[in-house]
Design a protein around this ligand. Structure first.
Ligand code: FAD
Length: 466
């Protein structure tokens, strides 16, 4: 008899409950399926593909080359493998995307019809979404009481270390090769993207160690400053399951108590909360949580969306953020909030258009976090930032990039501009611009909208729907 270990977004050996259960059996067939048949319009974005290729390659090495790969509908593929091998168990770690929940429910039923034991495990979250409920058994909509309830429940920190990989892992001759999966970008964009990252379990742990040693201490104080290396950059590793949140908490528990430690834990709980919302409100990626926003008069001007995407808005902090995203597949959280607010509020572009661009470009593109965060910024989410709070890109950059280091890193064309004008180049006198070799409208764009007028336009539109 053979046990199927189905990897999905748990690309690690350690603290992987499904893998541990599988390896307690005799013959294990490890598989990964790129299922783009069931996900409708939620196919992987470009940056995620680049990451996944690399991470699968590394996992395959960890499994001594025995990772079997497939492309297509997971249900059909699992049934096909079951017919060719004497499969008695199918194990996997649960996912929470609505399309996966409905697909996996069908797979469980199919397995049961075929007399196969199918079991899913929690390898992704600190708490299953159905275990944290209000006294009346309904789900929380607001983060703070949800968070308090999680803290009250406490954590079981029993992460397990990597098991020994047996040499007897089963190989399927019908498995496809990594290069046959549509994961390679059509342009040589992947190499530059990957120069910033090490997508694999070992990469996740080395980034975690380095964060605990160098970033954690000043995290609470510095986490809003994009030029300071204080955040962990663990998000893509967490998304692909190269490290589990439980492992992170376990490592964190060995650190001295501090506000930073608490603050970092709080962010991990924001991730949990996004998954929680997605589980309890599966329409989160596509529908406004607050229905009044269904009547919002989005403008969605294609040329303006294009300028935002390319980082050519004429507002340096926005352009730096959009270029960081394109070059590295990542954007600092503070800048994600500023760029998203600008798109939704100053340009009045539907948040789903912004979410789609992030989905394509982020290496940490995550349906739960991306959808919840965009709804939060747009003001239409559960526990959202109020719509009337509109980030001003100039004051935000003065506050959070006071020396302009982040802006200059991604906008070298503004490097010589004195700090006084770096956040608002359009106010610089001609001679200052000339000295800095900046020609507005030529080497760097003029601002694409008037901040004050666009702010007022958004507020009026909001007033009309509320
Ligand atoms: P750290 O500050 O080191 O935090 C540690 C971990 O906590 C992160 O890896 C992440 O898993 C979690 N976390 C931190 N901040 C948040 C948050 N605000 N919400 C939920 N979880 C959080 N995060 C994604 O993982 N994928 C996305 O697709 C995504 N899209 C976003 C879109 C917008 C418009 C905004 C405003 C935020 C988005 N975020 C997303 C949340 C956040 O920006 C990133 O998780 C964070 O910047 C990742 O960097 P880090 O790992 O260095 O974070």
């Amino acid at each position: 008899s053979v046990t199927l270990m189905w990897f999905e977004q748990d690309l690690r050996l350690s603290d992987n409950p499904a893998l541990s259960a599988a390896l307690a059996q005799v013959n294990v067939l490890p598989i990964f399926i790129l299922d783009e048949k069931n996900c409708d319009n939620l196919k992987l974005g470009g940056a995620s593909r680049v990451w996944l290729y690399e991470s699968l390659s590394q996992l395959n090495t960890q499994l001594n080359g025995a990772l079997n790969l497939y492309l297509g509908d997971a249900e059909t593929i699992i049934e096909n493998i079951s017919q060719r091998f004497n499969i008695t168990n199918v194990f996997w770690n649960r996912r929470y995307e609505p399309w996966r929940i409905s697909r996996d429910t069908k797979i469980k039923k199919k397995c049961s019809d075929l007399g196969i034991h199918a079991k899913s495990f929690n390898g992704t979250l600190l708490n299953e979404p159905w275990t944290i409920l209000k006294a009346d058994r309904t789900p929380y909509k607001v983060f703070s009481p949800y968070h308090r309830q999680c803290i009250k429940k406490g954590l079981k920190l029993n992460a397990v270390s990597a098991p020994k990989v047996p040499s007897s892992l089963v190989r399927d001759a019908q498995s496809t090769s990594l290069d046959c999966l549509p994961l390679q970008p059509s342009q040589p964009w992947g190499a530059s993207l990957l120069s910033h990252w090490q997508p694999c379990e070992q990469g996740a742990h080395s980034i975690l160690r380095s964060f605990l040693e160098n970033g954690l201490e000043g995290y609470q104080e510095n986490r809003d400053f994009p030029a300071v290396q204080s955040v962990s950059r663990l998000s893509p590793h967490l998304h692909f399951g190269e490290v589990s949140p439980r492992q992170i908490c376990q490592e964190l528990s060995a650190m001295p108590e501090s506000q930073s430690k608490e603050g970092f834990m709080r962010e991990l709980y924001w991730r949990e909360f996004s998954y929680y919302l997605l589980f309890h409100w599966p329409s989160l990626p596509s529908q406004n949580f607050q229905p009044s926003f269904d009547h919002f008069p989005w403008l969605n001007k294609a040329d303006q969306i294009g300028r935002w995407q390319k980082g050519l808005t004429g507002f340096p902090i926005i352009d730096a953020g959009m270029r960081e995203l394109w070059q590295t597949g990542y954007m600092h959280n503070r800048v994600r909030m500023i760029t998203a607010s600008f798109l939704v509020k100053n340009l009045m572009v539907d948040w789903r258009i912004g979410a789609k661009w992030f989905w394509d470009c982020l290496v940490d593109a995550d349906l739960a976090n991306n959808s919840a965060s965009w709804q939060w910024v747009a003001g239409c989410g559960t526990d959202a930032a109020p719509y009337f709070r509109i980030f001003n890109p100039v004051t935000q950059s003065e506050k959070f990039d006071p020396k302009g280091l982040y802006i200059k890193q991604y906008l070298p064309e503004l490097k010589a501009l004195p700090i006084k004008y770096l956040f608002r180049p359009w106010e610089a006198p001609e001679d200052v611009l000339a000295m800095a070799q900046v020609s507005l409208g030529d080497t760097y764009p003029k601002p694409m909208v008037d901040l004050k007028a666009s702010r007022e336009r958004a507020l009026l539109a909001y007033k009309n729907i509320s």
